[in-house]
Design a protein around this ligand. Structure first.
Ligand SMILES: C[S@@+](CC[C@H](N)C(=O)[O-])C[C@H]1O[C@@H](n2cnc3c(N)ncnc32)[C@H](O)[C@@H]1O
Length: 293
């Protein structure tokens, strides 16, 4: 997969192919070193035309802060998408590349980024990220790009960062670990919270958080590993894990349980009798088709 990142702080990402920076370490860094992940960093200021390499201006309508200029972003996207070095009309350049790349614009006002997005992005051949700073990017940039290619504005949470770079790292870590060959044990992703692998219908962990995990020693500071995990009974272990996932999700993310039961993540039909008992004990009585919570 090729990943282009346009930012005013390319140094934020280090040198991934040389093992430096947040995208250069761990299994993602190894994949980058092998050339399976092709990270390309672009300094937005390269497309600023004035002597000061200005990328921002005051907002129309007044108000605090600065807004990133559409002409600079348009030129950068044209150039990165076409790879020609020419600054073409935005829609013409984007149209030529539309089937090849998806543009991702992190913003707190975007759609919440989920495991479903991560799985969809992992299936793309090329991702292009636009990192905002200041008060964000002039809105016409996204509107223009959207007329010709897939564009997602996504938020990584209900808080405001200073810039999109950290959000890009979060998104890429979630995406890259799903790529074949990047992660060592694909099954470990499938067992994760939110059905970690695909989040697809029928995934028993879909919409659930993962329960507690343990390793050696069996006894540590007087705290014992749950006996069922030492039993060797795989069916009982799977059942215990699902019980714990249901309990934890009910305790810390009741919204996910509501979604699961109401159908967004598969509906009450995916719950068996034991699931219903566990949820009822956790304060979520599931009554046939629906629930009262
Ligand atoms: C200070 S923020 C701009 C906030 C914007 N004025 C607003 O209130 O929606 C600057 C940049 O940080 C990034 N950013 C901040 N919070 C984010 C979040 N929760 N998710 C994704 N990106 C975020 C975006 O790239 C954004 O353009």
């Amino acid at each position: 997969m090729r990943v282009d990142i346009i930012t005013i702080f390319p140094d934020y990402f280090g040198t991934p192919a040389k093992g430096a920076g947040p995208l250069g370490v761990s299994l993602i860094g190894k994949a980058a070193a092998r050339g399976e992940l092709d990270f390309r960093l672009h300094d937005l200021r390269k497309w600023a035309t004035d002597v000061h390499h200005t990328v921002d201006d005051t907002p129309f309508g007044g108000g605090p802060g600065m807004v990133m200029k559409p002409d600079v972003w348009g030129a950068a996207l044209d150039d990165v998408l076409t790879g020609t070095g020419a600054v073409a009309a935005a829609s013409a350049a984007s149209a030529a590349c539309a089937p090849l790349a998806r543009l991702i614009v992190p913003t707190p006002s975007g759609t919440p980024f989920t495991q479903g997005h991560a799985a969809a992005y992992a299936a793309e051949r090329r991702l292009v990220f636009a990192c905002g700073r200041y008060e964000g990017i002039d809105s016409r940039v996204v509107a223009d790009a959207r007329s010709a290619m897939a564009v997602d504005e996504v938020s990584i949470g209900d808080y405001v960062l200073a810039g999109g770079e950290a959000a890009v790292c979060v998104i890429l870590e979630a995406v890259c670990r799903l790529l074949p060959g990047v992660w060592g044990n694909e099954q470990s992703a499938a067992d994760d919270s939110f059905g970690g692998g695909t989040g697809e219908e029928g995934d028993p962990m879909r919409g659930l958080l993962e329960g507690p995990v343990y390793t050696r020693p069996r006894s540590w500071r007087g705290r014992e590993v749950p006996p069922v995990l030492l039993s060797g009974d795989h069916k009982a272990i799977a059942r215990w894990r699902r019980d714990e996932a249901l309990r934890r999700t009910a305790a810390v993310r009741p919204d996910l349980v509501s979604q699961m039961i109401s159908g967004t993540a598969g509906g009450a039909a995916i719950l068996d009798a034991r699931d219903r008992t566990v949820l009822a004990e956790a304060g979520f009585p599931v009554d046939g088709e629906s629930m009262a919570h």
